[in-house]
Design a protein around this ligand. Sequence first.
Ligand SMILES: [Zn+2]
Length: 171
Amino acid sequence: MKTRDLHRMEARHDLMKSHLIAPHRHDPYKARGKLREPTVCNRCGAVFAEGRWQCLDSVPVDAAKQTCPACLREDDKYPAGEVTLSGKFFQNHKDEIFALIRNTQSNQSSEHPLSRIIEIADGRDAAVITTTDIHLPRRLGHALEHAYKGQFHIAYSEGEYFVKANWHRDA
Ligand SMILES: [Zn+2]
């Protein structure tokens, strides 16, 4: 990720902190007030019904239309989660590890359609994966630990809908 983007992100985090964030981890991308049911996302086709966004085989004809929080975050490149991968082992097995990351995401996507990867930014010393929700980082971390052990740490922000995680393995 470019430094400019990072600064912009930080600026927006501050903005949201001061204006929108309630004491709990309120997601500023979540519609305020109640969404009509059913509502379909005009971008990804996820359907909001029974209180959650779902992946349905067919969209109800009377569904209202709105862009879902995950698509909005993808547009804005404004992640809810971030996982940093580092270490010698990671460097030596990058392709395999990125494939595991992508598979883990796609295996859960029918159950969690708003849980997506925004970007895998592969830097010189580490790679940073950004996500559209705060749950995918934990699932990615568990998959990495299960496959390769290593050390996984995760920290949820206080009062903000954001999670930061890292996975590291050297040898
Ligand atoms: Zn969507």
